[in-house]
Design a protein around this ligand. Structure first.
Ligand code: PLP
Length: 345
């Protein structure tokens, strides 16, 4: 089978799944020549998944096209989920719920002290989109999971048909949306006459699982390097499970192990949700050379890693790189103080 027929097979397999249109797809692949020159590095291209369109966009819009369709197929009228207060996923989820007419309940955990006292950035947008937002007292992920399931049970008891996304049997639906983004990148690069070696992306699980799934399914040599916003805890193993589950759902002849996933957590800094000086510097470098806005929690740290890898020679000047911009810029408004201090130098 040649590459094009593998690409057609992947597209056809995904086209067979229930899907609701939420975003503006496909997203552009843009050259970033001033950024490349400023870094003295290889040609850099930015895949603009920050421009998916829904409620400020981002990578989660692609994912929600499949999980919201799954919720609709199961007769849901209400979604319950939760993440960090500044969650981009929850912002786009609230936007998706508004668009399809679902009630949306978000049970959020504070990552910083101000998350319990101020409503900024994504927190504001989630509420504006009509989500019912609860902020828990503690930054404790286990307690948060319990609170999410308790909220779902409470709403079910009140007669709602509740869907909780990203469960073990449905999370692969979100991951596989990134096989489409991978396919877009490969086809756009070919169309632009580029042969990229690397794709850098801020990734903890679903995004990288789907990208690697898509690239392996079409026999692409493009290598994905995920830069994790958190310290890893079995992430590559989880990615392999998601990618295998998605491959099975799509009837694709590919299998994965943790070794298929290159995921680096050495740019986290203190912890998830706390900006790093290198990440903040990367945000202003990209803003001032390309007019593109990154974010302090995910894409700034990922770009900081790419810049470091270019400067240290880990990526050479003859290896064109794709930076997949997964969105998140609304969080800038929740980190204005840190950003202003970094700009002041
Ligand atoms: C802007 C941004 N980039 C990257 C990610 C990581 O996505 P994933 O958890 O699918 O790896 C997220 C997740 O919330 C995000 O909001």
């Amino acid at each position: 089978m040649n590459d094009n027929s593998l690409e057609a097979r992947l597209s056809a397999a995904i086209a067979g799944l229930p899907r609701v249109s939420l975003g503006w797809l496909q997203t552009p692949l843009e050259a970033a020549p001033r950024l490349s020159a400023a870094l003295g590095g290889p040609p850099i291209y930015i895949k603009r998944d920050d421009l998916t369109g829904l409620s400020f966009g981002g990578n989660k819009t692609r994912m929600l096209e499949f999980s919201i369709a799954d919720a609709q197929a199961k007769g849901a009228d209400t979604i319950v989920y939760g993440a960090a207060v500044q969650s981009n996923y929850c912002r786009q989820l609230a936007g998706a719920c508004a668009k399809v007419g679902f009630e949306c309940h978000l049970v959020m955990r504070p990552e910083r002290e101000m998350d319990s006292t101020q409503i900024t950035g994504n927190g504001l947008v989630q509420r504006l989109l009509g989500a019912h937002v609860t902020v828990l007292p503690d930054n404790d992920r286990a307690k948060q999971q319990e609170a999410i399931h308790a909220k779902a049970a409470e709403l079910r008891a009140a007669g709602k048909n509740v869907y909780v996304p990203r469960q073990p049997d449905t999370v692969d639906l979100e991951a596989l949306s990134y096989a489409i983004s991978a396919l877009e990148v490969v086809q756009q690069a070919r169309g632009q006459g580029i042969e990229p070696s690397w794709l850098y992306v801020a990734a903890a699980d679903t995004t990288q699982a789907g990208l690697v799934l898509g690239l392996k399914a079409i026999g692409s040599s493009l290598k994905v390097r995920g830069i994790n916003p958190s310290f890893k805890n079995g992430n590559e193993e989880r990615m392999a499970v998601m990618a295998n589950q998605a491959a099975e759902r799509l009837d694709l002849d590919v299998t994965f192990t943790a070794a298929d996933f290159d995921n680096d957590d050495s740019y986290v800094g203190e912890r998830y949700g706390v900006p790093t000086p290198e990440g903040l510097a990367a945000i202003s470098t990209v803003a001032q050379n390309e007019g593109v806005l990154l974010d302090p929690v995910y894409t700034g740290k990922a770009m900081g890693a790419l810049i470091d890898h270019i400067r240290s020679g880990k990526i050479s000047a003859d290896e064109p790189v794709i930076f997949l911009h997964t969105g998140g810029a609304p969080a800038l408004f929740g980190y204005a103080e840190e950003m202003i201090a970094a700009l002041a130098g």
